[in-house]
Design a protein around this ligand. Structure first.
Ligand SMILES: C[S@@+](CC[C@H](N)C(=O)[O-])C[C@H]1O[C@@H](n2cnc3c(N)ncnc32)[C@H](O)[C@@H]1O
Length: 286
């Protein structure tokens, strides 16, 4: 049995069961062991899956155009930040920089970069790749540092974050229970269990549920009820810029952009729900 599974089973032994969000959090982010916490490359041709920027630089070119248009609209601020969540080794950023360099675009001189990336190995790759660029590339700044005008990007990030699963149960308060992970006492295999929802999940779901038809018995809703995506909180510095978040789901890629009208997200962004881990990352932008 792998070390990570042993640790998760230990926690289940102690607690009886864990929420799927907790299970996924450990499976993906457990320091040194989780899927997104080891030196092994996950995205890309040598990894397990391809993301859009790994596939072709056209996404980078399109986002570069969004960035230049935003920069122009804001009156060409002297400093313009590329703020990226789940940046991996920086493939998307590098294609954007490559596009700007080939266009000899003046935005390049105004650009600074701030990334949130859970994997320290990918973060090191990204920093090294920037250093390889002519003149060391744009400066890498800490996530918390103000101003800002800029663009916030999260490509295939939200779907990598842990989420809770609820299931329609007429007999439970509110009409739903939470799916949890436990160990089958007979086979010793990891298996599903059900329990009362985490109070934070229940609190967030209750008002939403009030506006929905009740879940049918056993129904697994598709939304992520923990936290509503919104613009990152920027403290006292009022934000100016663009927000771009892409989600991959079973039906393929969908993109949402949030133009300069922060903090009023358009409805297609407002509908996307994110778990607390993501909110923590977004809050790190303050
Ligand atoms: C599916 S990959 C996408 C990588 C890149 N954005 C792309 O499009 O190629 C998800 C990325 O999010 C990172 N990640 C996962 N959970 C995270 C978290 N809670 N905070 C920051 N980064 C996270 C992973 O390490 C990984 O680099």
């Amino acid at each position: 049995m792998e070390e990570l599974e042993r640790l998760i089973r230990e926690e289940i032994q102690r607690e009886g069961s864990v929420s799927f969000a907790r299970f996924m959090e450990r499976a993906t982010l457990e320091p040194g062991l989780g899927y997104y916490a080891t030196p092994q490359r996950r995205a890309g041709r040598s990894g397990d899956f391809m993301t859009a920027p790994e596939l072709h630089p056209i996404l980078g070119a399109a986002i570069a155009q969004l960035a230049t248009a935003t920069w122009e609209r804001l009156g060409r601020p002297a400093t313009f930040r590329w703020r990226e969540f789940g940046a991996g080794e920086g493939t998307l950023l590098l294609t954007v920089l490559d596009y700007l360099a080939r266009e000899r675009h003046p935005l390049l001189a105004a650009l600074e970069v701030s990334v949130t990336e859970a994997n320290p190995h990918r973060l090191a790759d990204l920093a090294a790749a920037l250093k390889q660029l002519p003149a060391g590339g744009p400066p890498l700044v800490a996530a918390g540092s103000p101003p800002i005008a800029g663009i916030v990007v999260a490509n295939e990030f939200a779907d990598a974050l842990p989420f809770h699963i609820v299931v329609g149960r007429a007999a439970s308060p509110g009409g739903f229970a939470e799916r949890r992970v436990t160990v089958d006492p007979v086979t010793n295999a990891l298996t599903w269990a059900e329990g009362a929802p985490d109070p934070r999940v229940a609190d967030r779901l209750a008002p939403l549920m009030a506006g929905w038809p009740p879940l049918t018995e056993g129904q697994l809703p598709r939304s992520r009820p923990q936290r509503r995506i919104g613009p990152p909180r920027w403290g006292r510095n009022s934000p100016r810029g663009s927000f771009l978040c892409s989600i991959t789901d079973a039906r393929g890629l969908t993109y949402g952009t949030l133009p300069a009208e922060w903090p009023a997200p358009p409805s297609h962004i407002r509908g996307i729900e994110l778990p607390p881990t993501c909110s923590a990352s977004l809050a790190a932008a303050t």
